[in-house]
Design a protein around this ligand. Structure first.
Ligand SMILES: *[C@@H]1O[C@H](CO)[C@@H](O)[C@H](O)[C@H]1NC(C)=O
Ligand SMILES: *[C@@H]1O[C@H](CO)[C@@H](O)[C@H](O)[C@H]1NC(C)=O
Ligand SMILES: *[C@@H]1O[C@H](CO)[C@@H](O)[C@H](O)[C@H]1NC(C)=O
Length: 370
């Protein structure tokens, strides 16, 4: 081969980069899998982060792990239910009428939440539907009368543009309300549990009508607004689901030590500072918060004789003894994490839902010779 040396160097560099990139993408996919994701999410139409998730996230972040009781990560205190994953599903349903609905019926919509991301072993502990009206539609109905909301469970697929009376459906709840700026919350735990059976999730039908007597005279002819006001202009529905994934939740865990590790000669086994920035790994567009965290790592010697600060096992003590007698034949024990603590991450999943998930063993607190 009579390639120019500079060309050969460039070729080697390109090949090396390719190998490294493949290696990295393999590692990334393994890491994503351990986080419960099939691929790296790339949010297309992300919904704003619901304020309740921000509140829970902030609270967990400001409350040091040392003050948490064992198993805290497996309970959502705010709702008083077991769980370590909170997801907010956006509504993927559609309106069931083609034109502006007539008379007192203001709105009729299929609500559909795709729960297929829930894994088999996740236990559903809570499901809450939130119905909100966008701020611009804040306007009381023209007669100052309340609205009636009805929620049905559909037992047949509702097709777009189909009139409602043909549907087989079961009334789940009914409520009247007058204030459009307050969101309405409904406990749907029992209904949503049933949706996890394959083919059972056919969605919900939401109907909102203006209450009051049906007036035959068209209100418009008397210069009044329709009884619905601008309620149809926008409606926003989401479903908050709390689940418990046992895989990421230990029943009881040891408390994190409050004080920092003692200052040891730096060659000895101890935790070292490592800040992982999610933007450095190209994850900033789907991880909402935190932007990064202090993960740390363990590094250092485990020399003979092992002192108590090195948190060694009896086995490790014997191994150092043998090592000191036969350094070639037996290695020193390894410096490894012996105490880890959890963090919570707020992110968009592969379907643009917002998820707040608790992950165990993300931060190295203490190291030991093992
Ligand atoms: C639900 O989402 C999954 C992927 O997340 C998709 O494959 C499936 O088609 C969706 N189902 C419906 C009914 O939209
Ligand atoms: C929601 O409903 C379920 C069963 O239908 C019930 O066990 C649970 O206590 C309810 N939650 C709240 C907060 O009312
Ligand atoms: C060993 O454990 C003690 C407390 O259990 C801790 O203070 C110390 O930092 C640990 N040693 C190392 C090397 O992490």
């Amino acid at each position: 081969m009579w390639l120019l040396p500079s060309f050969r160097a460039a070729l080697a560099w390109v090949l090396l980069s390719l190998v490294l990139a493949t290696e990295l993408s393999l590692q990334e996919s393994l890491l994503l899998k351990s986080l419960g994701l099939s691929a790296k999410p790339s949010p297309k139409a992300p919904i704003p982060v619901p304020s309740v998730l921000w509140r829970i996230f902030q609270k967990r972040r400001t409350q040091p792990a040392a003050n948490q009781a064992p198993g805290d990560g497996c309970r959502v205190e705010e709702f008083n239910v077991p769980g370590n994953i909170i997801r907010v599903f956006g509504d993927r349903g559609h309106f069931l009428h083609e034109e502006q609905p007539q008379g007192l019926l203001c709105l009729q919509k299929l609500l559909y939440f795709n729960l297929s991301v829930l894994e088999q072993d996740e236990r559903l502990t809570m499901a809450q539907l939130e119905v909100r009206f966008s701020r611009s539609s804040y306007q009381p109905s023209s007669q100052g009368q309340p609205f009636e909301l009805r929620l049905y469970q559909s037992s047949q697929l509702a097709l777009q543009g189909m009139p409602s009376p043909g549907h087989r459906r079961k009334l789940l709840l009914e409520q009247s309300f007058a204030q459009l700026h307050k969101s309405l919350l409904f406990n749907l735990s029992a209904v949503v549990k049933d949706w996890r059976t394959l083919g059972r999730n056919l969605g919900l039908v939401l109907e909102i009508s203006a209450s009051g007597s049906e007036e035959p005279a068209a209100p418009a002819s008397r210069g009044l607004q329709s009884p619905c006001g601008s309620i149809t202009s926008f409606l926003d529905a989401s479903l908050l689901v709390v689940t418990l994934s046992p895989q990421h939740c230990k029943a009881s865990r040891s408390k994190r030590s409050a004080q920092r590790p003692p200052v040891a000669p730096s060659a000895l086994c101890k935790p070292r500072r490592l800040y992982i920035s999610f933007s450095d790994v190209g994850w900033e567009n789907w991880i909402i918060a935190p932007q990064g965290y202090l993960a740390n790592y363990c590094l250092g010697q485990c020399p003979f004789p092992l002192t108590a600060e090195l948190n060694s096992t009896n086995h490790a003590i014997l191994q150092t003894m043998v090592h000191s007698l036969d350094p070639e034949g037996t290695p020193q024990p390894c410096c490894v994490p012996v105490r880890l603590s959890p963090i919570s991450i707020l992110y968009y999943d592969n379907s643009d839902n917002v998820v707040l998930r608790h992950y165990e063993d993300m931060v190295v607190d203490e190291c030991g010779c093992r």
